[in-house]
Design a protein around this ligand. Structure first.
Ligand code: ADP
Ligand code: ADP
Length: 228
């Protein structure tokens, strides 16, 4: 589904962020990128949706090189969730979730109905939360909005960068569990970046362990990575 071959990234200032990365993520698979800060995880994620262009190598999704594709078109098929979810502060939660489908020409009624369904799906009761504003939600709830919004265009691929990083440990475990349940239902292809090995092992079908210098140290099932 997603295939990286010989992917490398050197930033303009000479920083080598990623080198010689070969990696495949299967259809419907949840792969966690884990490793210390600065080892190229976010850079790799952003190369998949072309927020960053690789210096070397190729990235394919469903056999199509992402480089040849219109980035806007490409990103329609890729939901992106980051730690600091950028919600529009002056728009209601339901409107925040509707933004993407509206942008893609969905009718207002359809987009709203879909947004309410998605809120329900991520555990934000629409009757209670649809008309609230982002500042009236907890950190955990805002992350749920971020996930709902990323799902709004019904993308086959989800890229998540420390999606549960900004919330306290108890909420984090709850969000992890709920996301796993959701993922079993939806069957998306997911790449999740985390610096937390416990999260990676808990959530990943496979785990890609990055090492300092942007190389892949290990790639396997959680059991393989833990050496069991
Ligand atoms: P991680 O997600 O694993 O923390 P990143 O992909 O963010 O790592 O960063 C990898 C390396 O690239 C780090 O050394 C970081 O400082 C560097 N880096 C990230 N973004 C840029 C940039 N825009 N310009 C220069 N160096 C960058
Ligand atoms: P979580 O466990 O998801 O992090 P919290 O314990 O932070 O949730 O919040 C508990 C409840 O308080 C939630 O229902 C949330 O909507 C509500 N809440 C949090 N902050 C505010 C606020 N500024 N205004 C209104 N309600 C809030």
């Amino acid at each position: 589904m997603i295939r990286l071959s010989g992917v490398g990234k050197t930033y303009d200032d000479g920083t080598v962020a990623v080198q010689g990365l070969d990696l495949e993520v299967g259809q419907g698979e949840l792969v966690c990128f884990v490793g210390p800060s600065g080892c190229g995880k976010s850079t790799t994620l952003k190369m998949i949706n072309r927020l960053i262009e690789p210096t070397t190598g190729t990235i394919e999704i469903d056999g199509r090189d992402v480089t040849g594709q219109d980035p806007v078109e490409l990103r329609r098929g890729i939901g992106y969730v980051i730690q600091q979810v950028g919600l529009f502060p002056h728009q209601k939660i339901v409107t925040n979730v509707m933004t993407v489908p509206l942008l893609y020409g969905e009718s207002k009624a359809t987009a709203r109905r879909r947004a309410l369904e998605l809120m329900d799906l991520v555990g934000l009761e629409p009757a209670t939360y649809a008309d609230r504003y982002p500042h009236q939600l907890s950190g955990g709830q805002r992350q749920r909005v971020g996930v709902a919004r990323a799902l709004a265009a019904n993308p086959p691929v989800l890229l998540m960068d420390e999606p549960f990083g900004a919330v306290d440990p108890v909420v984090r475990v709850r969000l992890q569990d709920e996301f796993l349940r959701l993922q079993r239902e939806l069957g998306k292809t997911v790449v999740l970046v985390t610096h937390d090995i416990d999260e990676a092992v808990r959530m990943g079908d496979r785990v890609a362990v990055f090492a300092t210098g942007g190389r892949l140290a290990q790639y396997g099932t959680p059991a393989e990575v833990l050496g069991r």
